[in-house]
Design a protein around this ligand. Structure first.
Ligand code: THU
Length: 288
């Protein structure tokens, strides 16, 4: 999906790396939302002064904000936009105040890249018809935003707990796997909401069906330690540390404790990640 970037400010430097990264965000959003390849989006990078002006003109609000969206096409959340060819394939404009983005990046203690990528995902979802008026739509939009950030490898994780670190802990425990029957060692590292990490490896048995997966071994350790919510799970499997997503049974077992980021080593060592809710759509759950 083509992204046209128009830098209209000079307060914050717009590097080639930042532009490349924003293209990645747009490509991930297009893939997740099933957008036709010809759909285009324009992004204006402005300063607080211009953002305040836009807010005053179009929203009657005399304040600067981080992001604004101006849709060109009718869109319904969850449905691919119907592009009227006579109007062109432009979905609309996203406007981001880089000045505010830089301030917020500092406040949240993450990079400018992550902040601008997040704001672009937010603005883009508005163009696609998503909204945050009311708790249910807001929750859907938040989930979509997180899906996009996870798809580009930037989940919201505590500082010091970068994906590579969690994968390294999974690789460490993989060395203790007991897998004499399959010869397929697996290691899992599960990051609890408390910040603690719990690890587990697969443990096989001569009665093959009794074999236990690494993910469930990690989960029971965590629950026994009092943890009930998880931020992320890393899995390292096989002799070559190839990316191997959790089996269906483990997905259901983990879903008991809600959504989390699941990551595996990708080709070229770049972690690949998904939300558990993406790996297990329509999970079994008894309404409580
Ligand atoms: N295994 C896991 O530990 N996790 C999974 O998600 C799938 C499979 C283990 C079970 C068995 O010991 C070996 O991998 C081969 O299936």
């Amino acid at each position: 999906m083509p992204l046209f970037v128009n830098n209209r400010q000079d307060k914050v430097e717009v590097t080639g790396a930042l532009r490349g990264w924003l293209e990645e965000v747009v490509a991930a959003a297009a893939r997740l939302e099933g957008l036709a390849p010809e759909v285009e989006v324009s992004l204006a990078l402005v300063d607080d002064g211009e953002m305040r002006e836009l807010n005053r003109t179009y929203r009657g609000v005399d304040a600067s904000t981080d992001v604004l969206s101006f849709a060109m096409q009718e869109a319904t959340a969850g449905e691919p936009p119907v592009i009227d060819a006579r109007e062109g394939a432009l979905l609309g404009d996203v406007v981001i105040s880089l000045e505010t983005a830089a301030r917020q990046a500092e406040e949240y203690d993450h990079s400018l890249e992550r902040e601008v990528g997040f704001l672009l995902a937010h603005g883009l979802l508005h163009l696609l018809g998503y909204d945050h008026e009311g708790p249910a739509p807001a929750e859907v939009m938040q989930k979509k935003q997180e899906e996009i950030m996870v798809a580009v490898g930037r989940p919201r994780l505590p500082r010091g707990m970068e994906p590579g670190r969690l994968l390294a802990l999974a690789a460490q425990v993989q060395a203790r796997a007991y897998a004499p029957y399959s010869g397929f060692p697996v290691g899992a590292a599960l990051l609890g909401i408390s910040g603690a990490v719990y690890t587990g490896c697969n443990v096989e048995n001569t009665a093959y069906g009794l074999s236990l997966c690494a993910e469930r071994a990690a989960a029971v350790q965590a629950v026994a330690a009092g943890e009930r919510s998880f931020l992320a799970l890393a899995v390292v499997a096989g002799a070559g540390n190839e990316g191997c997503w959790p089996c269906g049974a483990c997905r259901q077992f983990l879903w008991e404790f809600g959504d989390m980021v699941v990551m595996v080593p990708g080709p070229d060592r770049k972690p690949q990640m998904r939300l558990l809710s993406q790996l297990l759509p329509e999970p079994f759950a008894i309404q409580k």
